[in-house]
Design a protein around this ligand. Structure first.
Ligand code: ZN
Length: 169
């Protein structure tokens, strides 16, 4: 599956709820994991591959691969953390983003089973980044305007090496 990049309108749409978690959705999740692995990323959301549905997958280092369908964030910590982020949809662009240090989320897996997860650190960061994709939000949106404009300008001029660094989302 091809990952859409900055400028594609699909990345800015609010994704739609999945009504039925069936074999088709399970297959979609599997393909998303394949793409994630090929891109050496940590997370991938439906809109990034042109599927405007509320689904994302993550695979963060030693943590198990996880599928999130129709996720809702239940809690975010007051405590925040700052860390460099990249996005598979904005290859070559990296910046520090402040996010909640931990997060509690409810979702369904590809088998249609509901689950709740409490995550912190990198897993929490990837979850928040992917959840944002379902809302049409990109990590660049959190940066001060001048910084964001400079990065986008560089990106559009092709001044950044459009190579995806291991660990992008
Ligand atoms: Zn991303």
């Amino acid at each position: 599956m091809q990952v859409l990049t900055l400028g594609n309108e699909l990345l800015r749409q609010k994704a739609e709820k999945i009504d039925k978690i069936d074999a088709e959705i399970a297959e979609l999740a599997e393909k998303m994991f394949e793409t994630l692995k090929a891109e050496q990323g940590l997370g991938l959301a439906g809109p990034q591959i042109g599927v405007n549905k509320r689904i994302f997958v993550i695979h963060v280092q030693d943590d198990e691969p996880r599928v999130f369908i129709n996720p809702s964030i239940l809690e975010t910590s007051v405590e925040t953390a700052k860390c460099e982020e990249g996005c598979l949809s904005i290859p070559g662009v990296y910046a520090n983003v402040v996010r909640a240090e931990s997060v509690k989320l409810q979702a369904w897996n590809e088998k249609g089973r509901p689950f709740t997860i409490e995550a912190s650190g990198l897993v929490a960061r990837v979850i928040q980044h992917e959840h944002d994709h379902l809302e049409g939000v990109l990590f660049l949106d959190y940066l001060p305007e001048d910084k964001r404009d400079k990065l986008v300008e560089k990106y559009e001029k092709g001044e950044v090496i459009r190579k995806k660094k291991v660990g992008s989302r």
